[in-house]
Design a binder for this molecule. Sequence first.
Ligand code: SF4
Length: 95
Amino acid sequence: MEFEERTIKVIIDTTKCPDCSSKACVDACQVYDRGILQLSDGKPSVDHLSPEEVKRRGTECLACEYACWQLGNNAIRIEVPIKGLDEYLRKRNLR
Ligand code: SF4
């Protein structure tokens, strides 16, 4: 599943979630964000919120990705687009 906050996209491979004992993403979201992730059938979900509400509440803290990497099954990837980065790297022959 995936969802967008204001400037980032959160992508979660929920096939890795049923055998995750920590569910650390949800706890991290409660502590560091505004609890937009909730468990639904053993998987993190934002289905209880509209896409607009997810964007409004999300703080883009990245805590779920870190918590899942540390304590879960490494199921979360967050894309953080940086405007102009590709051009910057190209100009400096870094890409
Ligand atoms: S911590 Fe990672 S593996 Fe565990 S439920 Fe959350 S997203 Fe799934």
